[in-house]
Design a protein around this ligand. Sequence first.
Ligand SMILES: [Fe+2]
Length: 108
Amino acid sequence: MIKDILHEKAEETQEKHVPHIAIDGTKVTVSCGKDIMHPSTKDHFIGWMKLYTVDNNGRTLEVGSSEPTASLAQPVACFTLTSVDNIKKLMAVIYCNIHGIWENELEL
Ligand SMILES: [Fe+2]
């Protein structure tokens, strides 16, 4: 199960991996780190970032994904939803090439 390989907030180290989720209307920004951004170098980078919605019926749908280019792009991804009317929460999942898979949720 994917839950077995996900890291949790409690495991966070100096390098920030728990994705930060911000919403403004229908615009959602996912970043890896909030005040301190995760590194983006050739050797240590965020390989992908995904955003999911969970609707009021408990159904999970992928909104989209981003693959920031190592050493060129910060690990920040922006998505615009069509609506937030039936969405209960947002879930972001990111992959660090060294530290694995991390997730976070935002209740709406
Ligand atoms: Fe990392």
